[in-house]
Design a protein around this ligand. Structure first.
Ligand SMILES: [Zn+2]
Length: 215
């Protein structure tokens, strides 16, 4: 995915985050034309080194990097028991979702971004700022059930794909060992088994395996 860099200047250095346990979603609670430079300036006016979020998603779906993904954030802190600066990645969607809904482009890019982050931090839970402390953020109109349904679907598809690759590799190994496949290189060289094996092919392989009588 494309992540834009606004080349923000921070007034200080970042701290390395020692643990990563969640993704926290925010809204900017501002006009849809708010820019990353606006948010950066607002956060500097609070005495912070710069924008507190790790990512920002515009109304048109443009995704910007804020703080480096590995850095301690400044986006969710009430007290030591209610905070995620030390263990979370903060994503902010521009807009005020107490009054509007995020755009389709924003939600599409949010989903892509979450899946992208999960390549580096597998299975990271996604929550709202409101789940940590007393706030409405990311707003009453944020479509949680829609987001969770889409994430669940992706999880199932990724798991199924992983299962199909593993089963295909196991089946090929066994078929080769039993002499039922004499050109396993052809499968491997064409990279068929680093992709998901279509279910009908798995079925053929399993059938051949099960009908093999041995010697
Ligand atoms: Zn928030």
């Amino acid at each position: 995915m494309q992540i834009l860099d606004a080349k923000l200047l921070f007034k200080g250095s970042f701290q390395v985050r020692s643990k990563t346990e969640k993704i926290v979603i925010h809204h900017s609670a501002s006009d849809i034309n708010t820019s990353i430079n606006d948010v950066h300036r607002w956060h500097q006016n609070r005495g912070w080194i710069g924008i507190g979020y790790h990512y920002l998603i515009y109304h048109n779906g443009d995704v910007y990097k804020g703080r480096p993904e590995w850095a301690v954030g400044a986006h969710a802190y009430q007290d030591a028991a209610h905070e995620a600066n030390s263990n979370g990645i903060g994503i902010c969607l521009i807009g005020n979702f107490d009054y509007q809904r995020p755009s389709d482009a924003q939600m599409k890019e949010l989903l892509t971004l979450i899946l992208n982050i999960r390549k580096r931090y597998p299975n990271l839970p996604v929550i709202g700022h409101k789940d940590l402390m007393a706030t409405e953020c990311p707003g009453q109109n944020f479509p949680w059930s829609d987001l969770y349904a889409k994430l669940q679907k992706e999880v199932i598809e990724v798991d199924l794909e992983k299962w199909m690759i593993e089963e295909g590799q196991t089946a090929l190994k066994e078929l080769t060992q039993k002499g039922l496949v004499n050109n396993p290189e052809q499968w491997q060289s064409e990279e068929k088994l680093v992709q998901a094996v279509p279910l009908y092919l798995l079925w053929i392989m399993i059938n051949r395996l099960s009908s093999y009588k041995g010697d």
